[in-house]
Design a protein around this ligand. Structure first.
Ligand SMILES: [Zn+2]
Length: 85
């Protein structure tokens, strides 16, 4: 096993799972509009349905530049643990 080669993964949301399993109140405070206003549960749900219609089964929490929306979510980011000053 190689030392110093590890990966970090972002949390992601399973869109289909959320739409299937979440109660209405679970959608509250989960999403925000671009202007910072919190979405109502109905708006949040509509947002998720739109992601699904784009073929997005996963959406990242926060910023992720290596994200697979269709299959697996965050694909990982290398972390250099071996490099220490
Ligand atoms: Zn990521």
């Amino acid at each position: 096993m190689k030392v110093g080669e590890s990966r970090q993964f972002h949390m992601c949301l399973d869109v289909r799972g959320a739409l299937t399993n979440w109660k209405k109140k679970d959608f509250r405070h989960m999403f925000k509009h671009a202007d910072g206003r919190t979405m109502t549960p109905d708006e949040a749900k509509a947002q998720l349905l739109e992601e699904l219609s784009k073929g997005h089964n996963f959406i990242p929490y926060g910023k992720c530049d290596n994200f697979d929306h269709k299959e697996q979510g965050c694909m990982g980011h290398p972390v250099n643990e071996g490099e220490r000053a």
